[in-house]
Ligand binder design. Sequence first.
Ligand code: HEM
Ligand SMILES: [Ca+2]
Length: 666
Amino acid sequence: MDYSKGSRFSCDRAYQLAEQEFYAGRRSIYSSNEMLYIRHGHKCFRKCYALEDFYFYYGLGCNRGMCPIPIPGVTETVPFNQCSSHVTPNCDQRNRYRTITGECNNLQNPSWGKSETMQPRILQNAYNDGKQSPRINGCSGKLANERTVSNTVHKPEGGMLFEKTITLTVMQVGQFLAHDFVLTKLITQPSGDPLRCCDVDRSNPGCNPIEIPAGDPIFRNSCLTFSRSRSMIDCNGIRQQVNSQTSYIDLSMVYGAFDDESRLLRTLQGGRLKEINNKLPVDTRDMNCQLRSPMNIPSFYCLRAGDERANEQPGLSSIHTLFMREHNRLADGLQAINPHWDDERVYQEARKINIAQWQNIIYGEYLPFHIHPVLRRRNNMNVLRRGFKDTYDPTTDASVINGFGAGIHRYGHSLIRREIAMLGYGQKRPTVTENLEDHFFNPRLYHDFNGQGLEFILKWQSYVAAARRDRVFEVNIRDSLFKDANNMSADLVALNIHRGRDHGIPGYNAYRRWCGLSNVEHFGAFQGGLVDHDPDVAALLEQAYSCPEDIDLYSGMVSERSAPGVIIGPTAQCIFVEQFKRFRNGDRFFFERPDPVTGFRLDQLNSIKNVRLSSLFCLNTNIQKVQTNIFMQPFSGRNNGLVPCYLHNLRAVDLSLWRDPIQPRG
Ligand code: HEM
Ligand SMILES: [Ca+2]
């Protein structure tokens, strides 16, 4: 067969030819396992594996904006957004429910926002070679070392400061939300084990370890392991990172972002999600957790949810549980009034309500701490107190912007406190206070107190102030992140900075320009310089970086003074506006829409709008009292005192509005 250069095949045809070749034994470009995958796979992206390899093998290159060319060992052959256009899925516009993967949310561009698609950029990449190698060069040779920046700019000198009004629930919801919209997996060994980039895998092209300068106060090793993010090469030959989560705010961290995975989380009866004594079900796949959890006590098992990071710290596992319970509470209520509904109907309706409540919480309660009311109004992104509102725009791609996941939304690392504690029902003082660093990937506290531990953690988080969103970070994440049995640990600030460079995202100044904020031309905290930084912080940035253009997005953004009325600085706020507009305007299923197929009835919508995060705390735990705005500390002076749960429960969504009069035939 003559596959002359430039031949054009449809995805189907290329796949067919590649398969024929393989089975004819002429070209063994696939292992038999891979081929089986392709044969049995039916989704386009599986076919695209074949197509990519095929194009690569025959040197056809990136034809007509088709599939990316993998660079073996450097980029994986991961599905590419455009691949989907080869075998366009049959999107059924009459489908009342979101797909699990996010596919077909946008009917014209079914892959937008879907899991396993690329993270778009709002700024041109700043890779060293303009294509794929990390940003390393600054204005005078190499960019500042990441750990040096962390030590110079982000290390607390004295004690940590705390936020004046917001609670640690803001941190917890922020992390949970991040896990809804982005998961950037890393390049691994073929077995799936992490690369050991300071050791045997040093020369693996997926490795890009962080150098630790001599004399570091904590790290004795001169190397900190770091695997590059899973990526693909787009049709312009540029490395693009993959998002394995669905970009939509759709509780995919609860329900899963892949069909097979999401089925495993269901009981397939009564629309319910699996649970064990009202806690998350067991997971044995999370090796970080398996290694750290108290293995000798089976009841302290590792947890499974729709996102693989659910065990990362007990507060995160706890909020996962809250939303799993809310789903089951909704499912039970719906099934009770609609006994004729089958499992699928109950599951999908409960999921739809749960997601709507979550979107209402994010836009109505979480965002006001991040985007000033004037900006929210100007950008038409606030939720109405009552009634429908439609801002859907099918030309908006809701996908997570690379710099948002790899930089801006990591602002929340600054809110993390040193300790993790528990507040028993009706208590004023924490029962247990321990160092958070001893609880990464360790579910002991979650399970403790006869399974009430997770509720005590949630209650404690709603009671204490978050650490202040400022340039400094707690020692637990800056020096002792994920410390292992050999006392090896990492620095999350250095990782964040290095991740930005790995993704080739440009520096802080470039984002300021994109935002229309003033360009930083000198390190002074006055006109023409670092106008959004305090002078002492500007001086630290000057100490760390050679010139303003070198300042990494993460470092510059997280060290800004807060913008008026919010907890983040102007640069972060600007990108928040852009991203949350996309999440809203690019989501055909956004809960406020009056769409007769995908939306709610007006009375149902208004009932959903009553629900607050505090309602979910009350409805799904034995907590007795919480404040109405759980993101703010419970001061009665601010009209946010503790209120008994029977009053909060009045805000629960009124499921009688979902009574379905259509009874089954017969
Ligand atoms: C104790 C709490 C937390 C821990 C231990 C933690 C740890 C981490 C780690 C290790 C990474 C990957 C770093 C890398 O190699 O690039 C990460 C990524 C991230 N974190 Fe956190 N984090 C926490 C809380 C938060 C919070 C509160 C937020 C936001 C409010 C947040 C937002 C993010 C985002 C957006 C990413 C990027 C995710 C991705 O693209 O895969 N995290 N975090
Ligand atoms: Ca999602």
